[in-house]
Write a new protein. Structure first.
Length: 348
């Protein structure tokens, strides 16, 4: 790949890989049923006393999503491990009876592998959500849930991130034996195919010359706000920061006013009203505001299909990826080859 670019958004790897998300989800749900159901049965029989996630970059944003899903659907307190505690400080952990979710596209980062090995030695049930099934991380885990995204060549992770979200939902649906969530998962591939054509061009047009940006979400949507902010920086050279709709008013909102754009993600659950209220308040301060939420209307509304609140972030981030790809090209960049970045980042 080179930094030479064209103007056709569909010419990039990022576009094509994000476009594959529906097929990835469909394949993953079918091919992972046996391993996910077996793990879920084991977890129902011996319920873990806590869950721990370990990941970096986009995968860590998927881990944030897993935290909200596990805590709301199963009542299991979920915390994010700091990889350096084990990989650098070599501090022993007390993990007997814990569920340990290691999430990675490549499965090659030494610190994640070291943490998975240490967690397993400490008595945790180590589960790797990984795209590369013959990776060191997969070998270190007790159970592997393949993401089944296929080769992902763009530096910007898209379909593998979506696959990590869905793998979490699949496990929780089987673990909780939630028929409503199961139905939502079965509907998801068709919804992704339909949602791909959502028109977010107004957001793209408005951000061509932007320099600073907030992305706001809450609950399940906070994880994709984190992911979107990263992608804005990574592919568009646009300084973006993510906040919870509850936290953005504790200081960061002082920056918001005329010429300061804000993007809100919301899903149809208990967080919807409060998130939309913050968006309205920011509009009142003269900010340019966009809202991707079921039923959103008026200026700045971004189309989003109605869906289960748990699957809504999956649909939203797919539409965002298409918009970010187009914005990158409009800003004269190549989203597949961000400067100074590599596809696989191997931290210790």
């Amino acid at each position: 790949m080179t930094n030479q670019i064209g103007t056709d958004p569909s010419s990039t790897l990022m576009y094509r890989e994000a476009h594959e998300a529906a097929d990835v989800v469909e394949r993953q749900l079918a091919q992972n049923e046996v391993v996910v159901s077996a793990l879920a049965a084991r977890l129902r029989q011996h319920s873990p006393n806590m869950a721990i996630t370990c990941a970096r970059g986009s995968s860590d944003h998927a881990a944030m999503y897993a935290k909200y899903v596990l805590e709301t659907q199963l009542g299991i307190v979920t915390a994010s491990a700091s990889p350096s505690v084990t990989s650098i400080y070599n501090a022993p952990q007390r993990l007997e009876g814990a569920l340990y979710l290691a999430i990675s596209q490549s499965g090659r980062s030494p610190d994640l592998v070291r943490n998975a090995e240490a967690a397993r030695a400490a008595g945790a049930i180590v589960v790797a959500l990984v795209n590369v099934e013959d990776s060191p991380l997969a070998a270190a885990a007790e159970v592997v849930i393949p993401l089944r995204a296929g080769p992902e060549k763009s530096v910007a992770a898209t379909k593998s991130y979506i696959a990590a979200l869905v793998a979490t939902l699949h496990l929780v649906a089987r673990w909780s034996e939630d028929t409503e969530l199961d139905e939502a998962l079965r509907a998801l591939p068709a919804q992704l195919r339909q949602g791909w054509d959502a028109d977010w061009s107004g957001l793209v047009d408005a951000l061509v010359d932007a320099r600073n940006f907030f992305v706001v979400g809450r609950g399940y949507g906070f994880a994709i706000a984190l992911e979107a902010a990263l992608k804005f920086k990574e592919t568009c050279a646009l300084h973006a920061e993510a906040f919870s709709a509850a936290e953005v008013k504790h200081g960061p909102m002082a920056l918001v006013g005329p010429e300061f754009p804000v993007l809100f993600f919301a899903q149809d659950d208990e967080t919807l009203a409060s998130t939309l209220a913050v968006a309205s308040e920011f509009r009142g301060r003269g900010a340019r505001v966009w809202v991707a939420a079921p039923g959103a209307s008026g200026e700045g509304a971004l189309p989003l299909a109605r869906s289960n609140a748990l699957t809504a972030p999956v649909l939203t981030i797919q539409s965002f990826y298409r918009a970010a790809n187009a914005l990158s090209l409009r800003r004269g960049l190549n989203p597949d080859v961000p400067p100074h970045l590599n596809k696989v980042t191997e931290t210790v």
